[in-house]
Design a protein around this ligand. Structure first.
Ligand SMILES: [Zn+2]
Ligand SMILES: [Zn+2]
Length: 241
């Protein structure tokens, strides 16, 4: 748990046998207009809520939860967070939002076999991932939230409706699971994934000037070398066809 930059706080995922995504709290503390980026794995709600409270954040200041994408390790504890932050809206890219509103959980579980395993493990019922989405993102918005500016970048490939958030002043990139800090990229074998789209999305991110990389899992990275995303993309290119 720590402040990455003024207006960006980091709550690390607490991985179990399934990974738990990191949560980032974005927005200047004094704005009273804070956003959570992603939620985390099923069962991790109280850990995330307690971590947020320990940061001294008032529950009523959490105005929205923005999902980079809706895989189980990011959305699993969303309902748990919504209980503690009832005023928070839910913002999701429209392609995955439409599925959530229908209760279509294919993008959540990614594959049928994993769905059965998780439903048993966590005691999840069939409507566990039916959500009302307050704002459906398109992927080219400029959000003025929490006294900061965040660009929404549509980056499908790891999932069909993946987005990144990019803050151009401090050059902060929150890319979900599309690119990580250790020359890794997100998997592209789950429902809605597409290798060629992932390549295009990585190319799009490589054009951004990034100093701080805040991925969905594992280490975060400050002082990102100028060609880091381009190099990472190059390494994976043979697989992304
Ligand atoms: Zn994912
Ligand atoms: Zn993930």
């Amino acid at each position: 748990m720590s402040q990455v930059y003024k207006g960006v706080q980091f709550i690390p995922g607490q991985d179990e046998f399934i990974p738990d995504s990191h949560v980032y709290v974005i927005g200047k503390p004094e704005s009273g207009d804070l956003s959570l980026v992603d939620a985390g794995l099923t069962g991790k709600g109280s850990y995330k809520v307690n971590s947020i409270k320990k940061l001294g954040i008032r529950p009523e200041d959490i105005k929205r939860i923005i999902m980079t994408h809706t895989h189980l390790d990011h959305i699993g504890c969303l309902a748990e967070l919504q209980r503690d932050f009832p005023a928070a809206e839910l913002w999701v890219h429209k392609l995955e939002a439409d599925l959530l509103e229908k209760g279509d959980d294919r993008a959540v579980y990614g594959m049928e076999m994993f769905k059965g395993m998780c439903q048993t493990q966590f005691g999840l019922d069939v409507n566990a991932f039916k959500f009302k989405v307050d704002r459906k993102l398109e992927g080219s918005e400029t959000l003025e939230i929490g006294d900061m500016i965040w660009d929404v970048v549509f980056i499908p490939g790891h999932s069909m409706g993946g987005i990144a958030l990019y803050e151009p002043v401090a050059k902060i990139l929150i890319p979900g699971d599309v690119v990580y800090a250790d020359y890794a990229i997100g998997r592209f074998d789950l429902y809605g994934a597409n290798a060629a789209q992932l390549k295009d999305s990585l190319d799009k991110l490589a054009k951004l000037d990034v100093d701080i990389l805040l991925p969905g899992h594992n280490q975060i990275m400050k002082g990102v070398p100028a060609d880091y995303i381009r190099k990472t993309t190059k390494m994976w290119e043979p697989y992304l066809v």
